[in-house]
Design a protein around this ligand. Structure first.
Ligand SMILES: Nc1ncnc2c1ncn2[C@@H]1O[C@H](COP(=O)(O)OP(=O)(O)OP(=O)(O)O)[C@@H](O)[C@H]1O
Length: 246
């Protein structure tokens, strides 16, 4: 895989549950080093798209390539290896409550038998929590917990970072800090980020492009220009274009 190859690509991908198409003939390339937003109302297919990009699910039809391989062609063990190269952060942080901050961040490396205490310390420092390394998640604010989760996701140097509503549980000021951290991670580590969110402001703050899903259909992908934050809109797509597009 060269650096100009897409980190992930979906070609005419459909995911069907009986008569329901969670995704319908979706084609999308995710470029190396970009931050792409994925937006859409409830039921639009965002979680299904993330499950495909995380190699947790295969399409009913169409082709998926992630980090140079087609997950549908891999054995279980190879899928687990592929998934180790994909970082995830979640709305609810998903930290282990009975492990310290340091242990949470170190966990993916421990599971890969690639323990690297110095790297763990450098990431704790990177996310601004070196002084909280021995605390437990319950002793931290939501924003701090999400920083730990981001450090845990970055510790394996993932080729792709999937962020599922990472700021939806946080207030505006904390959200800004978390978005800045994701943006910094792209700048400092070249991390490719897929940001699924219902918050158009979050997309406007850090995304290069945005993909708009409606009822499983990819309506449009367009560059984010962060220009007009007007509120009047005739449709969700019009709202997204007005908020984020040219
Ligand atoms: N396991 C499943 N079985 C049946 N239908 C499903 C399943 N998973 C998703 N769907 C359907 O597929 C469509 C897309 O669902 P998906 O969860 O991907 O949407 P979403 O955009 O993530 O929604 P939300 O923002 O509410 O999480 C919905 O109509 C949903 O009901």
């Amino acid at each position: 895989m060269s650096t100009s190859d897409p980190v992930a690509s979906l070609e005419h991908v459909t995911v069907a549950y009986g008569a329901t198409k969670a995704l319908d003939d979706l084609t999308l390339d995710i470029a190396s080093g970009e931050i792409i937003g994925v937006i859409g109302e409830s039921g639009a297919g965002k979680s299904t798209l993330l499950a495909l990009l995380d190699a947790a699910q295969h399409p009913t039809s169409g082709r998926v390539r992630i980090l140079g391989t087609d997950p549908a062609a891999l054995r279980d063990r190879e899928i687990r290896e592929l998934r180790r190269r994909i970082g995830m952060v979640f709305q609810g942080f998903n930290l282990l409550s009975n492990r310290t901050v340091r242990q949470n961040v170190a966990l993916p490396l421990k599971l890969q038998r690639a323990v690297d205490p110095q790297h763990v310390e450098s990431l704790l420092d990177y996310v601004g929590l070196a002084d909280r390394a021995d605390h437990y998640p319950a002793q931290l604010s939501g924003g701090q917990q999400q920083r730990v989760a981001i450090a845990r996701a970055l510790v394996t140097r993932p080729g792709l970072l999937l962020a599922d509503e990472p700021t939806s549980a946080l207030d505006t000021r904390t959200t800004e800090g978390i978005l800045q951290l994701l943006s910094d991670a792209r700048r400092d580590f070249g991390t490719t980020v897929v940001l699924v969110t219902h918050e158009l402001e979050a997309v406007g703050a850090i995304c290069d492009r945005v993909a708009v899903l409606e009822r499983g259909v990819l309506q449009r992908v367009f560059p984010v220009v962060r220009a007009d934050y007007g509120r009047e809109h005739a449709s969700y797509l019009a709202h997204a274009e007005r908020m984020l597009g040219a």
